[in-house]
Design a binder for this molecule. Structure first.
Ligand code: DX5
Ligand code: ZN
Length: 220
């Protein structure tokens, strides 16, 4: 089964708890954290999702789009992140990336690493043995509702082949512009977790949509 991660960025924040409950049949809850520096938008902080943590039965998949993930990692872990994903581009050195991966793991939390559309996937090679998830951005991070950038598909295939051939453990997730058509393309390329904001939240029958996405199959 494909895992589905509704992005609450597209939810109605006036009624956040109900909005989150409406997607409880999904697998992960994708939580976008933006600081107005790493991306040109500000979203929500740890205090917002901390309140949701024990209210829903979903894995909290926190996507940090912030300039200084080292400084805030512990706050997000304490607030209930099950998987904490940071951006490769946010850190200056590979050493810092290794240290942050270790720090998050040492705090009993899974680690994801993400790349923006213009970053080559090969830069992640040396981290692939250590991370639990790789998040391929298929839009420029910062806003929901953008169109899917197809170069993400080659990155997904690369990660899938490497995972199969080299027996790696990470999950492959894609984020941005996911809808009925693009989710199929991503699954065909080998993706395992589909993040979707607008597509799920703009739909009345969210449960059915989630089920359809979960039932997509990777055919090699
Ligand atoms: C974009 C965020 C996404 C966003 C996706 O920077 O990381 O998670 O919510 O939104 P859609 O699915 O509308 O492209
Ligand atoms: Zn995201």
């Amino acid at each position: 089964m494909i895992k589905v991660a509704p992005s609450i960025l597209a939810a109605n924040f006036n009624n956040l708890l109900d909005e989150v409950k409406s997607v409880e049949s999904a697998d992960y809850l994708h939580i976008d954290v933006m600081d107005g520096h790493f991306v040109p938008n500000i979203s929500l902080g740890a205090c917002v999702y901390k309140g949701l943590k024990n209210q829903v039965d979903l894995v909290f998949d926190v996507h940090l789009m912030i300039k200084d993930p080292k400084k805030y990692a512990l706050d997000f872990i304490k607030a209930g992140a099950d998987i904490l994903t940071f951006h490769y581009e946010a850190l200056d050195t590979k050493q810092e990336i290794h240290e942050l991966i270790d720090f998050i793991h040492n705090n009993n939390t899974k680690v994801g690493i993400s790349i923006k559309p213009n970053t080559k996937v090969e830069v992640l090679d040396e981290f692939l043995d250590k991370v639990d998830l790789v998040l391929v951005m298929s839009v420029e991070p910062g806003f929901g509702g953008q169109s899917f950038i197809p170069t993400a598909l080659d990155k997904i295939s690369y990660l899938k082949n490497k995972k199969i051939n080299e027996n790696k453990k990470y999950e492959i997730e894609v984020d941005g512009g996911i809808n009925k058509e693009t989710s199929k393309l991503c699954v065909d390329a080998g993706v395992e977790v589909l993040v979707a904001g607008t597509y799920i939240y703009n739909n009345k029958d969210r449960k059915l949509l989630i089920e359809e996405m979960q039932n997509l199959w990777f055919i090699n």
